[in-house]
Design a protein around this ligand. Structure first.
Ligand code: FES
Length: 171
């Protein structure tokens, strides 16, 4: 339950498995709190309007636009940022695939691309190419690196399918 005092509000967020008690502006978005209060710079500020996908995080495992979510509305929900997906020592398969495929030019969109792809593949590891395209349709890349990005997600899909395949099952 949020406690309100003037222009501030006391909230508790669960981010990357850790609980954080925070005093934030009453109108603070989840993106503002993640970047400015928790110093998590994986989620990026792009449009601030829910239209580009640069700020994508997971809320209870579902890809969501942090720039349009009031921070106070997601108390008690499991929030995952790019930092919580994996790290240098143990990258998530989607992160590994993006590195292997060198699927970046400026890299600003990659947080959203990776978080959207990871949410899709968590629910459907054997997603079709069309399902991947549909899941990433709302993530914009101004450099035009879409083909490399799709190749990276395809690589991650193959890796996850290999992991999920039972011994003796055909590819
Ligand atoms: Fe959130 Fe563009 S910054 S969708």
């Amino acid at each position: 339950m949020a406690s309100v005092s003037g222009d501030s509000i006391d909230i508790t967020l669960i981010v990357n498995g850790a609980e954080h008690a925070l005093r934030v502006g009453r109108r603070a978005t989840l993106l503002q709190v993640l970047r400015h209060d928790l110093h998590l710079n994986g989620p990026k500020y792009g449009c601030g309007l829910g239209q580009c996908g640069a700020c994508t995080v997971h809320v209870d495992g579902v890809a969501a636009r942090a720039c349009v979510i009031p921070a106070a509305k997601v108390q008690g929900r499991a929030i995952t940022t790019l930092e919580g997906l994996g790290d240098r020592a143990r990258p998530h398969p989607v992160q590994s695939a993006f590195i292997a495929a060198q699927a970046a030019q400026c890299g600003y969109c990659l947080n959203g691309m990776i978080m959207s792809a990871a949410a899709l593949l968590a629910h459907e590891p054997r997603s079709s190419a069309q399902a991947v395209r549909d899941a990433l349709a709302g993530n914009l890349c101004r450099c035009g690196t879409h083909l490399e990005i799709l190749a990276a997600v395809e690589r991650a899909t193959r890796a996850l399918a290999d992991t999920a395949r039972t011994p003796g099952e055909p590819p």
